[in-house]
Design a protein around this ligand. Structure first.
Ligand code: 5GP
Length: 183
């Protein structure tokens, strides 16, 4: 994506009502799948997933723990470097626990691949992934998304926890940011 000078324009893409309806469906699915499991840990990937995780966790009825992990794979722009670094680790010991990684968006797949490998090495009972959004056209590595909100085309999306340069996170809906194509 090129970013010409000037302010980007924001267009609504997924409404608040559609997001909330889909989250309820995901929570119902997780409740059913984990009905007989104890020690479920939702691992929110900071910072983009904090609003999604808060809504998902409150819609779930199976008891679960919540913890957070932070990774960084991007510089200040919108292009993935492909190199993922652990910035903040979990406080929970996930040995023998059922881990659900909660991501805002799967783009190239590098971040989720890194997280699955890193957390699977700690002896959990299981590791699954839940992502609100996935950009199929951008896939570089194949990663399983067990619980998916929406597949979206290749665009820079913001809102509902997702930012651009730390802006737009608190929008209740998902919008697409576009920069003018002028030279
Ligand atoms: P991946 O490692 O799959 O390429 O990138 C995943 C991370 O990139 C996401 O957790 C998110 O932080 C960031 N990301 C990828 N695409 C977008 C996007 O369209 N908007 C925003 N705000 N972040 C994105």
């Amino acid at each position: 994506m090129t970013q010409a000078d000037g302010a980007p324009t924001l267009s609504p893409y997924i409404s608040e009502a559609d997001i909330q309806a889909r989250i309820l469906e995901l929570a119902r699915q997780i409740d059913a799948d984990y009905a007989h499991d104890e020690d479920i840990v939702l691992v929110g990937v900071l910072r983009g997933s904090f609003i999604f995780l808060a809504d998902l966790a409150r819609r779930m009825t199976v008891p679960h723990h919540v913890d957070f992990i932070a990774v960084s794979s991007y510089g200040s722009g919108t292009v993935s470097s492909g190199v993922v670094r652990l910035v903040m680790d979990l406080r929970t010991d996930i040995t023998d626990k059922h881990v659900i990684i909660v991501e805002d968006i799967v783009d190239t797949g590098h971040t989720v691949q890194y997280l699955i490998r890193t957390l699977a090495a700690r002896g959990p009972a299981s590791v699954r992934t839940c992502a609100l959004l996935r950009k199929l056209d951008r896939k570089v590595v194949d990663v399983p998304v067990d619980y998916l909100g929406f597949d979206i085309p290749d665009a820079w999306v913001v809102g509902y926890g997702l930012d651009y340069a730390d802006r737009y996170r608190t929008l209740p809906y998902i919008g697409v940011l576009e920069w003018g194509a002028e030279e």
